[in-house]
Write a protein that binds this ligand. Structure first.
Ligand code: ADP
Length: 518
């Protein structure tokens, strides 16, 4: 009897302790959230949370070594170790009328997929990533002219609307503003909306390194890589061949590794070369976005200037980190400035720089021998200046050339659609896109974007006087009507902007003939 009572007492105490721990866990979570909100500037939300808990969170702090991101990352690591995949941290809540859960038939895996390791073929996804896929927000008229995209990447925010009646511009603008504010807040919180479900693994698991190297790894992580560059294939206008080649060389091996073994084992190094401003960086970013790889964006300036003393170690840490966070893409921009021909600056070459180059070659060899899903994408505007040892390791070389005439036409109509909205004011254009595209032969994508920006700026510039003088009196803001941008205006802009790389094109094609890999 006594024994029975004792064991009931022990069980009761254990249950109580359990409940206390659960309570404590709930409370610490609230405290974590409270401090996280404060740290991210969501003061009102933090105060509301504190009031809801009757001031129960404000007076506490979680221990130094705990924060919300760390908790999530640890959970991710745990999930990865247990299930070999990262957990989905968020999912969309079903709205009224929507089925809450997918139907059984939708989730059921086909018997084929059980036999074959390849994923099911999903035509809708293929359309999305397929070559030449159009943005859902962009449509093409019969005459081949692109209609207004949702937004433009000008500083002016030429977010556009299609056939919108006057007055809708302001509403539209408000909506873009709100969306932008949310995106900014998310960005400010250090979370990229596109990669919310893929937080990076904590560096605490990054073993086999001395304290110094680990410190360097922390700095590399903070300074050099982005979570998601957020560039889609359909954001890149033209360049169909380059897109196809990049997909074959890097994207498909990451997506379908089963197919790329033996003779088909993937290229480890890929060189994108061509005139400046033609979309090489965009291509690398699209790879990282679409494949959800960790993107290490390394420009020569960051290696050479920031890392002068430590660049050899930096290169080693960079590759270690890329393996740790695999699948990864390392994008080496302006390669010629770090991997110029060694002979060319003989004597004058810095010892540290030579060691760094050697380390880069050694690391690339290491990749070629391993099965790690780490890809090096290098970009160069001056491929003929590249070190031959480096070139040999960049087995696949892709020319990213100047835009063709249809691509130029698509670019102009993308950046200057018939109707768009700038700062809440309508901007209209009446442009002969085809004729302008012909005039712009030899211009790079970046040159064309600049010309479009300048053309859009002209009518805006004219209203500055009115705006400035208006600030002095108190009357209501006058209705602003921007002048329409015409073909003649645009031609005038073209006269004042010169293509930056037209003369070099022959040299690229000559180099292509000599060095093209396949
Ligand atoms: P680079 O070839 O020098 O790496 P980028 O990819 O950085 O050139 O392009 C510079 C800018 O020019 C881009 O941010 C984009 O605005 C514009 N641009 C260049 N080419 C294209 C293209 N094919 N499609 C869309 N935008 C382009």
């Amino acid at each position: 009897m006594e024994l029975n009572y004792q064991s009931m007492k022990v069980a009761h105490q254990a249950r109580e302790a359990d409940e206390q721990r659960t309570e404590m866990r709930k409370k610490s979570l609230l405290i974590l959230i409270y401090h996280h909100l404060l740290g991210q500037g969501y003061v009102a939300a933090a105060v509301a949370l504190d009031q809801e808990t009757n001031g129960g969170v404000r007076r506490f702090e979680v221990s130094d070594n705990i924060d919300l991101e760390m908790v999530l990352m640890e959970y991710e690591s745990y999930h990865y170790v247990k299930f070999q995949k990262y957990p989905k941290l968020i999912r969309r809540i079903a709205e009224a009328g929507e089925r809450k859960y997918p139907t059984r038939s939708a989730t059921k895996r086909s018997p084929r997929s059980a036999v074959k390791p390849l994923p099911e073929i999903n035509p809708s996804r293929n359309t999305n990533t397929g070559t030449g896929a159009k943005k859902p927000t962009t449509s093409v008229q019969e005459n081949g002219i692109y209609l207004a995209p949702q937004s433009s990447d000008f500083g002016l925010s030429v977010s556009s609307i299609k056939n919108a009646p006057a007055g809708e511009c302001a509403t539209n603008r408000k909506m873009t503003d709100a969306k932008g504010a949310i995106q900014d807040a998310v960005r400010g919180a250090g979370i990229d909306s596109d990669h919310m479900e893929r937080l990076l693994k904590p560096l605490s698991g990054f073993s086999g390194m001395s304290g110094e190297m680990r410190e360097l790894a922390t700095i590399v992580s903070r300074d050099i890589y982005l979570h998601s560059p957020n560039v889609r294939w359909e954001d890149i206008i033209g360049l169909e061949d380059a897109k196809r080649l990049v997909k074959e060389a890097v994207v498909y091996p990451i997506k379908y590794p089963q197919l790329f073994t033996g003779i088909l084992s993937p290229w480890k190094g890929l060189l994108l070369y061509g005139p400046p401003g033609t979309g090489k960086t965009l291509l690398a970013k699209a790879v990282a976005t679409e494949c959800k790889t960790t993107f290490f964006n390394i420009s020569a300036s960051s290696i050479v200037s920031k890392w002068r003393g430590d660049s050899e170690k930096l290169v080693r840490v960079l590759f270690e980190l890329a393996r740790y966070h695999a699948p990864s893409t390392i994008f080496l921009d302006e390669l010629e400035s770090v991997m110029g021909q060694r002979g060319s600056s003989m004597g004058g070459e810095h010892e540290g720089s030579r060691r760094m180059k050697t380390e880069l070659l050694v690391q690339m060899d290491g990749l070629a021998r391993s099965d790690d899903l780490v890809f090096v994408l290098a970009a160069s505007n001056l491929p003929w200046e590249l070190d031959h040892a480096m070139l040999r390791r960049l087995e696949k070389r892709i020319l990213v050339s100047l835009p063709s005439s249809p691509a130029r036409q698509a670019m102009i109509s993308h950046w200057l659609p018939p109707l768009s909205c700038t700062g809440g004011v309508e901007l209209r254009t009446v442009l002969d896109y085809e004729a302008l595209a012909k005039e712009m032969e030899g211009y790079s994508g970046s040159d064309i974007r600049l010309a479009c920006k300048e053309a859009a700026m002209r009518p805006v510039r004219k209203i500055f006087d009115a705006l400035e003088s208006h600030q002095d009196d108190d009357t209501d803001m006058p209705a602003i009507q921007l002048e329409t941008v015409t073909t003649a205006d645009f031609l005038n802009v073209i006269e004042h902007t010169k293509p930056s790389a037209r003369n070099l094109m022959d040299r690229y094609t000559a180099w292509e003939r000599e060095y093209q890999s396949v």
